[in-house]
Design a binder for this molecule. Sequence first.
Ligand code: FES
Length: 112
Amino acid sequence: MIRVSVDKLEKNGMIGVQEGGNNVLLVKVDSNYFALGDICPHKKCKLHTGTLKGNQVICPCHGATFDVTTGILQAWFKSFPPFLIKLIAKIGIMNVKTYKCAVSGDEILIET
Ligand code: FES
C-alpha cells in the first residue's frame, strides 16, 4: 500500500511515486484520482514527465497515449492507423497496469 498526501496533487495534475519497487503514476482528473504504471511499455520512459490532457496521459518519448482510467493505449505514432492502435491495445502489449486507489482522510491510498 502506498500513501500519498492529497496536497501533493493539483487538480488535473500528475506525479510519479516510487515505493517498494513500484513506479506508480498518480493522476487527479477533476476531483477523481487514478493510479497506473508510470513506466511506458515501449522504451520505459516515465509517464509522469509527459503530458496530461483530460483523462489521457501522453508519453514524453514517442507519444503513446493512455487512458488513465483504464491504462489502455489510445494513440501512438501518427502513422499508425486506428485499427492498428485498437489491435495493439487488444493484444495488451502496450497497455499499462492500473491500481486501485481511494481517498482516506487527507491521504490517497494506492493498492500495489
Ligand atoms: S517510450 Fe513511450 S512511446 Fe516510446
